[in-house]
Ligand binder design. Structure first.
Ligand code: UT7
Length: 321
């Protein structure tokens, strides 16, 4: 049995902050941000939380799938911005949906989180352990950002996307590759709460997201095409046979570089980075759900999904829609 996506949903916070607004906070400009990244604006939470965005996207995905919440066996939320250290966002979403026959847990793999989630869902469905899986990518990255650091605060946005997967004899996930390199963890990181136990007396303060942008850029333009090429080989497909390549929306220039490397037209690489910026684990499921809503996905289409991020982590998969 293959893992097949039968429903998708997305939710963004109501508030939109454009590049001109950010230029009133840090020394930057619409021109710099657009030219270097392709980002025009981002959605930022005010009332919303990671949990509320995740639950909103999940409700739409469930409705789109035709399944009831009680029919879900597994709820996974890919996130690095859970509202609570414990319980997981997945448990809170499970409670809100009433998906009480499911097991629920979070996945921490940064911007590759949704890819890792697909990998896990595929393994559980293939093995016959679970049949129906709700996979969500949800982030409020804005709370991890140092809003005085122009090199990071302009890049990210908040949001959530979700997919319902079920066991299917045909189509669905046909090949996957995932990887990690913990040797490079410092390239992109966010330190957690310092330990205040009486014998440790840490003087550190809670961290903000720190990134060596150029290192991450180099890693992405090298690893993503290699990972996609390997996945295509595993599926015995050529790059031409792929209808769309959905890449993590981190930087328009990274996406263009991957298209060039794979010798494919940029039209095959849909983007929403202009409107959403980088929403980490939420970026792929938001893009997928928006394309589905727009009627751009048709039965038999072959899609590549690929993500990369902190860890370092990366992954790619091929889905037959
Ligand atoms: O999902 C997680 C994965 N993350 C990524 O994929 C990010 C990958 N990296 C990137 O996308 C790019 O490296 C960035 C967009 C982060 C930066 O672009 P860049 O072309 O590598 O710029 P840079 O870091 O080399 O900076 C160039 C200049 C610097 O000024 P000087 O030293 O040349 O005077 C920066 O200080 O641009 C300056 N700069 C800015 N200027 C205006 C950096 N940030 C800004 C800013 N506005 N927001």
């Amino acid at each position: 049995m293959n893992a097949k996506i039968i429903g998708t949903g997305w939710q963004l916070p109501a508030y939109e902050a454009d590049n001109d607004y950010l230029a009133t906070i840090v020394e930057t400009s619409d021109e710099w941000i657009r030219e270097r990244t392709g980002i025009g604006k981002r959605h930022l939470v005010r009332e919303e939380t990671t949990t509320s965005l995740a639950a909103g996207a999940a409700k739409k995905a469930l409705e789109n799938s035709g399944l009831r919440a009680e029919e879900i066996d597994l709820v996974m939320v890919a996130t690095i911005t859970s509202d609570t250290d414990t319980p997981s966002t997945a448990c809170r979403v499970q409670g809100e949906l009433g998906a009480l026959n499911a097991v629920a847990f979070d996945i921490n793999a940064a911007c590759a989180g949704f890819l890792y989630g697909l990998h896990i869902a595929d393994a559980f469905i293939r093995s016959g352990i679970y049949r129906n899986v709700l996979l969500i990518g949800a982030e409020t990255l804005s709370k991890l950002l140092d809003w005085t650091d122009r090199s990071t605060c302009v890049l990210f946005g908040d949001g959530a996307g979700a997919a319902v997967l079920t066991a299917s004899e045909k189509g669905g996930l046909i090949a996957r590759t995932v990887g990690s390199n913990g040797g490079k963890w410092e390239v992109l990181s966010c330190m957690g709460r310092p330990n205040q136990n009486p014998v440790c007396k840490s003087s550190a303060s809670a961290g903000y997201l720190r990134m060596d942008g150029q290192e991450v850029f180099k890693f992405a333009v090298k690893t993503v095409p290699a990972c996609i090429e390997k996945t295509l080989q595993d599926a015995k497909l050529s790059a031409e046979e792929i209808t769309y390549y959905l890449l993590h929306q981190a930087n328009k220039r990274i996406i263009q570089s991957v298209a060039k490397r794979l010798k494919q037209s940029e039209e095959k690489f849909p983007m929403n980075i202009e409107q959403c910026a980088n929403t980490s684990a939420a970026s792929l499921p938001i893009l997928l759900a928006q394309m589905n809503e727009q009627g751009r996905l048709h039965p038999g289409d072959k899609l590549v999904l690929s993500g990369f991020g902190a860890g370092l982590t990366w992954g790619a998969c091929i889905l037959e829609w």
